[in-house]
Design a protein around this ligand. Structure first.
Ligand code: SAM
Length: 491
């Protein structure tokens, strides 16, 4: 055990402290706290990892975690400690950890108030924009309302704020009228009904519409402990949408290594897919290949294995941010890189109209099939089943900058582009190839601010500047954050 004065938050959700000249990344702490911590990893020369097990001086931002599985693993009761899989007891590869003992590796910040979580995320984004992106950025202290596009950019650089999103079941949910939606009951469980999904109790809970549960050797579902194969055996994940919890509660999946659950909150349908081990992958066959997702009046038929935004408010929030950043006009040519099931391509297509064109590039076959199916009413969208690389971007778009004679000119190049790459980012080559097409505006949607910062540095080298970054709290209780950066050519 070591006593630590906790410093600023780091990328990934731990905070930075020092002990004997060494950096210690400490989990379950908050900046400004004094804590007693158990060292959990001494394997690195330059830093240790630790877990705050006792809070000596708490931060005013600290709250009681709403989930009993959150926080550091707590010592088991004597009877439990002798069981195989209990912390400190005999542990198999996929051993089981007693319930109600903390230790779940899923959430980083259940112990911080929602407002404090957003402030910490803003600090992480600012740090990444400064260090990886070389940009002047700071946390907005005025709430950072920004201009009419929601973008905050002043003389002192980028002002970053993290915007909350509506809770699941809020009035803005895209739920089918009279559809087979389920309603959340008092106990946090869904029940069949003919009304829309009601909000779960507690901000930041009940939002995860897609989950990968671990499975114990006995077939129980659960959640992995932090950096461990140990499983906290329970379906009771408080950030999971009740449709998801309901789909696995009371069930066993013998022989499976994991269970993937995808719920369409807008239609109430759920797909359950045991994977790995000796389980049969029954997902697609059992569910006819598709969930219906409704966003701003459009329907997407999405294969359960294809990417879809996880928070029920994410799709419409990000579509709004991307359209505000690009302001696509009728007749323009737009590019959607890493298009998934065609979410952004669909709304770009509606904006540019039949005199315009949208090219959507995506490598996953299930996502390509979902996009092709969902965008069939927009024949000026072409979905290209390709890996995004510098060469495929040039090949698909046709090279050359957009002619100066305005929208619908019919030459190579593009007018506007959105890219939403996986966590690793797009990389310098792809970004350089994209920006060589001289779009008048680019919306970069990023789930990792460090990768975003790196790519924004590459954009600067290619003659583009960042004129705003918005950040959205689409993953409450975790350290994850979604950003949308707008890029325009340097004057
Ligand atoms: C973060 S998701 C975004 C999907 C979509 N924009 C949305 O919001 O629903 C990233 C997508 O990129 C795809 N992908 C990952 N690497 C890729 C690559 N090198 N080329 C093309 N697509 C890729 C994944 O299959 C996934 O659908």
């Amino acid at each position: 055990m070591i006593d630590l004065e906790v410093g600023p938050v780091a990328h990934g959700g731990s905070c930075v402290a020092r002990s004997g000249g060494r950096v210690v990344f400490v989990r379950h702490a908050l900046p400004g706290e004094r804590v007693r911590a158990r060292v959990t990893d001494r394997s690195h020369d330059r830093y240790w990892r630790a877990d705050a097990v006792e809070i000596i001086e708490p931060s005013p931002d600290r709250v009681e975690a709403p989930c009993p599985h959150a926080g550091p693993p707590r010592p088991a009761a004597p009877a439990e400690a002798t069981r195989p899989g209990a912390p400190g007891g005999a542990q198999g590869e996929r051993g089981r950890t007693p319930l109600g003992q903390g230790g779940c590796g899923g959430c980083d910040w259940q112990h911080a108030s929602p407002a404090a979580q957003r402030r910490l995320k803003a600090e992480v984004v600012v740090e990444a924009l400064r260090h990886q992106g070389g940009l002047a950025a700071h946390v907005a202290h005025d709430g950072g309302k920004g201009d009419e596009r929601g973008v905050a950019m002043g003389t002192s650089g980028l002002a970053v704020t993290v915007e909350p999103v509506p809770a699941p079941g809020g009035e803005a949910d895209d739920v089918a009228a009279g559809g087979p939606a389920r309603q959340v009951g008092q106990g946090g469980r869904a029940r069949q009904g003919d009304r829309a999904v009601a909000p779960p109790a507690g901000e930041g809970l009940g939002w995860r519409s897609r989950m990968r549960f671990a499975v114990t050797a006995d077939g129980e579902v659960g959640l992995r402990m932090h950096r461990s194969h140990q499983v906290v055996a329970t379906p009771d994940c408080r950030i999971a949408h009740p449709l998801v919890v309901d789909a696995v509660a009371g069930r066993r999946f013998p022989g499976a290594e994991a269970v993937e659950v995808a719920a369409s909150v807008s239609s109430g349908r759920v797909a359950v897919r045991p994977t790995g081990g000796t389980s049969r992958d029954v997902g697609r066959a059992a569910h006819g290949g598709g969930l219906v997702e409704r966003v701003l009046g459009r329907e997407f038929r999405v294969d359960a294995s294809a990417f879809w935004q996880i928070h029920p408010a994410a799709a419409r929030t990000l579509v709004g941010a991307v359209l505000a950043a690009l302001e696509p006009r009728p007749g323009e040519r737009a590019l959607d890189l890493y298009a998934g099931a065609g979410l952004f391509a669909a709304f770009l297509a509606e904006a540019v109209g039949p005199d315009g064109e949208v090219i959507a590039m995506e490598s996953d076959a299930a996502a390509v099939a979902s996009a092709t199916r969902s965008l069939a009413d927009l024949p000026w969208v072409s979905v290209r089943p390709v890996r995004v690389t510098a060469a495929t971007v040039r090949h698909c778009v046709g090279g050359g900058a957009r002619p100066a004679d305005g929208p619908g000119g019919g030459g190579g190049g593009i007018d506007v582009a959105v890219l939403d790459p996986p966590r690793t980012g797009a990389g310098t080559d792809v970004l350089t190839a994209l920006l060589a097409l001289r779009p008048r505006a680019v919306a970069y949607v990023a789930c990792d601010p460090v990768a975003l910062g790196r790519d924004l540095a590459a954009a600067a080298a290619a003659g583009y500047q960042v004129d705003g970054v918005r950040a959205f709290d689409l993953f409450p209780m975790t350290a994850h954050i979604e950003c949308v950066a707008r890029l325009v050519p340097m004057p």
